[in-house]
Write a protein that binds this ligand. Structure first.
Ligand code: GRF
Length: 218
């Protein structure tokens, strides 16, 4: 699978604000050599689908419930990705575990964003507001954002970028989530840009950023 020019499929189940941040960065020319060719959701009401339609990007509502067997669901997904010549997948609030069959075809070409500093506060049950509740319950002073490559284990693959976000005494899970989300919108486009520039090398769990000068404005 070619490393350059990203034909991106975005998988999103919710609001899709991270998808919007990436799309805006592409439209503004901050990320070159990349375009979003397909937006996939398991939720027909996802905001991400609305954004895609507004931008004339093809959408696909596909959920496991539409199929009798998991293999049939994943086979259809793979066919669609092929049909749109997808070579890179961005998970942006996708609430379903990606099947190993997809992970194998798109090895080191699927990224996810997590609203905490992995490996802490990741894994099963650690999604949405639960992540921030756990960070506050543990009395952490620092939380953050992690962009990582998706491997066969949940919230586990090689880390591409991380950025810290302070936790303050008066934080509620909601206020912390809002502060973290702002940083997500900066760091996710940065990570996609690095891939589009062919500057990410992955060896096992180690990610190297080639010619490192990270920053979307640089
Ligand atoms: C983000 O907090 C992200 O870290 C998590 O799901 C949320 C998606 O938000 N994986 P949005 O749909 O992009 O607004």
């Amino acid at each position: 699978m070619s490393n350059r020019y990203l034909n991106i499929a975005v998988f999103a189940s919710g609001k899709g604000s991270n998808f919007r941040a990436i799309l805006n960065a592409i439209k503004a020319g901050k990320i070159q050599d990349a375009r979003v060719v397909l937006v996939i959701s398991n939720n027909s009401d996802a905001g991400a689908l609305v954004t895609a339609r507004e931008n004339n990007i093809p959408t696909l509502h596909i959920s496991r419930m539409q199929f009798l067997a998991e293999e049939e669901f994943n086979g259809t997904l793979l066919e669609k990705l092929k049909e749109y010549s997808v070579n890179f997948i961005v998970l942006a609030g996708y609430m379903k575990k990606v099947d190993v069959s997809l992970i194998r075809v798109f090895k080191n070409r699927i990224v996810n964003i997590h609203p905490a500093l992995l490996p802490k506060f990741g894994g099963s049950g650690m999604y949405g507001i639960h992540v921030h509740e756990a960070v506050i319950a543990e009395k952490e002073n620092i939380s953050g954002v992690t962009v990582h490559i998706v491997d066969e284990e949940y919230d586990h693959g090689p880390i591409v970028l991380q950025q810290t976000v302070p936790v303050v005494d008066s934080d509620t899970p909601e206020s912390l989530a809002a502060r973290v989300l702002k940083v997500e919108h900066e760091i996710y486009p940065e990570a996609v840009k690095l891939f589009a520039e062919g500057r990410i090398k992955v060896e096992g769990q180690i990610v190297t950023i080639i010619n490192s000068q990270v920053g979307i404005n640089k």
